[in-house]
Design a protein around this ligand. Structure first.
Ligand code: TRP
Ligand code: SF4
Length: 404
């Protein structure tokens, strides 16, 4: 029997949109780089998700996938600290998606705000497809199959994690009811040892009688730290704690990524579709040229005009890259016309170029050795599949599908 992982798990994915830019970096990737040292992280290329809106032209899919992986490695994701893989190489995601589709009411998917919004925004595409409606459910399968504690995402993905939680709850409700659940739970409590068993019982009582959320948190943490508990017993004790049946799929929490506003070169949000990006591996001379031409406060026409940093996109970059001191210098100099826009941009250009040079240097080795990248992904896919297979065994067993 597999045992429960002691270090909380984290799962997140990114659609392969081609070479990443500073917006992707500050919006998600940088956060992943930090998380890999705190949790057991699974990060994957959501290539099937790319098909939900881009099913017609798949010619760039593979290239975009490998380029994104190189960006990840360049940005500092380390294959020794986290597991990197490709969604479509772990077909268990598709199996879980299918099984979950049986118990997911259509209304749950139709109600997800991104469903209608995206259809509106991408009018030129026919998104009245089964796959597009199922986008959040595929994402639920991606997540639930690893039974993570946290899912690091930005604000725009919170609704999808919420669906994931509902689906997990429904699955446990439908399939988590063993006939001899209480007896099995009691037996599992004994496995905790007498001290922890006592703590667990007290916390459970406190949660069930008064709804004490800290008691629930503590009891969950206690179960999470029991490395010798079997997976099935851990699920029973979670379900017993929360007053449900056995919890086969665990409800993950959103780990909200603070997403700073990253302005593009034209002042709008940095986005590939606006063509206003600075690439993570772009040539420094090109980065410098682009930044020198970047949109500033439009009212500041001449060097002698004063400006307003509050409405200047360049100043948004100061909020990301500069020290308090530099930021104050820029704001004051702008308002008094004491500095010009090029002076204001100079420390930013330096900071961005330094960051990009670091990424380029790390990425270079991988660009030159594609076999190394493939080997990293192959190893990551193996690890992911091992974890996914464990969950699928439990899922099939609970559903009566694990035929002998
Ligand atoms: N939908 C996510 C996005 O567009 C990508 C994604 C797919 C994902 N599967 C996931 C994110 C699972 C977190 C967990 O950003
Ligand atoms: Fe923007 Fe800086 Fe120019 Fe002011 S000085 S308008 S903050 S670039």
């Amino acid at each position: 029997m597999p045992t429960a992982p002691a270090n909380p798990r984290v799962v997140s994915g990114m659609r392969p949109t081609g070479q990443l830019h500073l917006g992707n970096f500050h919006g998600a990737l940088k956060n992943w780089v930090d998380l890999q040292f705190q949790y057991e992280c699974f990060f994957f290329v959501a290539d099937w998700h790319a098909l939900t809106t881009g099913y017609e032209d798949t010619s760039q899919l593979e290239e975009n996938t490998w380029q994104m992986v190189i960006d990840w490695l360049g940005a500092g994701l380390s294959p020794s600290a986290c597991t990197l893989f490709i969604q479509s190489k772990v077909p268990e995601h598709a199996e879980l998606h299918l099984l979950l589709s049986m118990i997911t009411p259509l209304g749950w998917l139709e109600r997800v705000p991104t469903y209608k919004d995206q259809q509106e925004q991408l009018k030129e595409k026919d998104l009245a497809t089964y796959g597009f409606l199922g986008y959040p459910l595929l994402q639920s399968a991606d997540i639930l199959i690893y039974r993570p504690r946290y899912v690091p995402v930005g604000e725009d993905q919170v609704a999808h994690v919420e669906v994931t939680r509902e689906v997990a709850r429904r699955f446990n409700h439908v399939y988590g009811r063993e006939a001899d659940f209480e007896q099995k739970a009691e037996k599992a409590i004994k496995q905790l040892g007498s001290k922890n068993a006592g703590v667990y019982r007290t916390l459970r009582k406190s949660y069930q009688e008064t709804g004490d959320a800290t008691a629930l948190e503590k009891a969950r943490a206690l179960l999470g730290s029991q490395a010798r508990l079997t997976l099935a017993d851990r699920e029973r004790l979670q379900g017993f704690l929360e007053g449900t049946g056995r919890s086969i799929l665990t409800e993950p929490e959103v780990h909200l990524t603070a997403t700073p506003k990253v302005p593009g070169l034209d002042g709008r949000k940095m986005s590939k579709s606006y063509g206003n990006t600075i690439g993570l591996r772009e040539d420094p001379a090109e980065v410098t040229r682009k930044m020198k031409a970047m949109q500033t406060d439009p009212a500041r026409v001449r060097r002698t005009d004063s400006g307003n940093p509050d409405i200047c996109p360049v100043f948004d970059l100061h909020k990301i890259y500069s020290s308090d001191e530099t930021r104050q210098w820029a704001a004051a100099g702008c308002r008094s016309a004491g500095i010009g826009c090029l002076d204001c941009k100079k420390p930013l250009i330096e900071a961005v170029v330094t960051e990009i040079e670091g990424i380029r240097a790390r990425a270079k080795e991988y660009e030159e050795n594609p076999d190394v990248v493939r080997a990293i992904i192959a190893a990551g896919c193996e690890k992911a599949r091992d974890a996914a297979r464990d969950t699928m065994h439990e899922v099939r067993t609970a559903m009566g599908l694990e035929y002998r």
